[in-house]
Design a binder for this molecule. Structure first.
Ligand code: NAI
Ligand code: MG
Length: 338
């Protein structure tokens, strides 16, 4: 039984890394039938928009997408592709797992997940200038909002994820000591939802600045972190940095009707077309996608192959300090799948 899924190659290194991942998924027998759609710069040339209607229609139909990185044209007046997708499909949860794959770094055996609320908070971009003194733009004013309903929904998502993935603890990360209402509502709802999972998943609370420090001094204490939009954006990049950077960081944007899986990094125009891009972040995103459709067995086979190639064979792409190219790494992964 094939599962229809939208595939967006993307810009820059996108075509190279998606080709690698699609080849590995085919060898694995992953049950996806790809609907290839345009996105990014290529789509602007063809359709006049970075996320054209046929692509949106495809995702609406399949509810499932693997997306390569898209170059955001600067100053061309297009709305950010990621923001468009979040709004269009109500992708309220951003899921960012972090796992040590490359041994010998400063942080071995890290295995944690950041769940970020993706729609509300301070990224609602309700901001404008106000006059101050003689300067009509002397003051920047910004506001944010967190709804009780959305706070409850994202915390519930985090706890359900913990239960489904055998994780033991959820940490509510906030700044309710200062933002008593804006962040306080998240903490209130978090505590309320946590009670429903008593005895199944433990709950902890951390103030965001303390959490940032502990993520560097003792990241092993964390399991699942759930937090609001701005804090989650920053902390999830911090955690990617713990384990080898952008080339190793997958992410998913998930809503009630659609889920979009991608690498966290961009289109890396500086190395595009050179055959040296690291496809592992996108491959890990594909692994998350398999788990999402209930094929944890195939996801585990991908994760095991990655571990084998990186830990045992010692293969390293340029971003990991090695010399191996995309094609050679792909061959090693195909061999490791058995
Ligand atoms: P970037 O992530 O593309 O590159 C940053 C640095 O990391 C570069 O030196 C690049 O060579 C390296 N790098 C990134 N991914 C790599 C990989 N898989 N293998 C090896 N090296 C890798 O970030 P940058 O340069 O800020 O953005 C480039 C373009 O990508 C921009 O147009 C930006 O808007 C877009 N972008 C798109 C994202 C998406 O579609 N999800 C996310 C971030 C940026
Ligand atoms: Mg970010």
């Amino acid at each position: 039984q094939l599962i229809p899924a939208t595939l967006i190659e993307g810009d820059g290194i996108g075509p190279e890394i998606t080709a690698s991942v699609v080849e590995i998924l085919a060898k694995l027998g992953a049950p996806f039938s790809w609907d290839r759609q345009a996105g990014g710069l290529g789509a602007i040339e063809q359709f006049g928009a970075p996320l054209p209607q046929p692509t949106l229609d495809s995702i609406r139909k399949t509810g499932l997408a693997l997306k390569g990185p898209l170059t955001t044209p600067v100053g061309a007046g297009f709305k950010s592709v990621n923001v468009t997708m979040r709004q269009e499909f109500g992708l309220y949860a951003n899921l960012r797992p972090t796992r040590t794959v490359v041994p010998g770094g400063r942080f071995d055996k890290i295995d944690l997940v950041v769940v970020r609320e993706n729609i509300e908070g301070l990224y609602a971009a309700m901001e404008h200038y106000l006059p101050e003194g003689d300067d009509p733009k002397g003051l920047a004013y910004g506001a944010g909002f967190n709804s009780r309903r959305e706070c409850a929904r994202i915390v519930r998502f985090a706890f359900d994820y913990a239960v489904a993935n055998g994780r033991k603890k959820v940490t509510l990360v906030h700044k309710a000591n200062i933002l008593k209402i804006l962040s306080g509502i998240f903490l209130e709802e978090g505590r309320r939802i946590a009670r429903e999972y008593e005895g199944k998943v433990a709950v902890e609370e951390r103030i965001v600045d303390a959490c940032a420090m502990q993520l560097v001094t003792d990241p092993w204490q964390y399991d699942v972190i759930v937090t609001t939009n701005l804090f989650g954006d920053i902390l999830s990049d911090l955690t990617a940095g713990l384990v080898g950077g952008l080339g190793m960081a997958p992410g998913a944007n998930i809503g009630p009707n659609a889920a979009i899986f991608e690498a966290v990094h961009g289109s890396a125009p500086d190395i595009a077309g050179k055959g040296i891009a690291n496809p592992l972040a996108l491959l890990m995103a594909a692994s998350m996608m398999l788990a999402h459709v209930g094929r944890q067995d195939l996801a585990t086979r991908i994760d095991t192959a990655i571990d084998r190639v990186i830990r045992i064979d010692g293969v390293r792409t340029r971003d990991l300090g090695g010399e191996t190219g995309t094609a050679e790494l792909t061959q090693a992964l195909l061999a490791a799948l058995g």
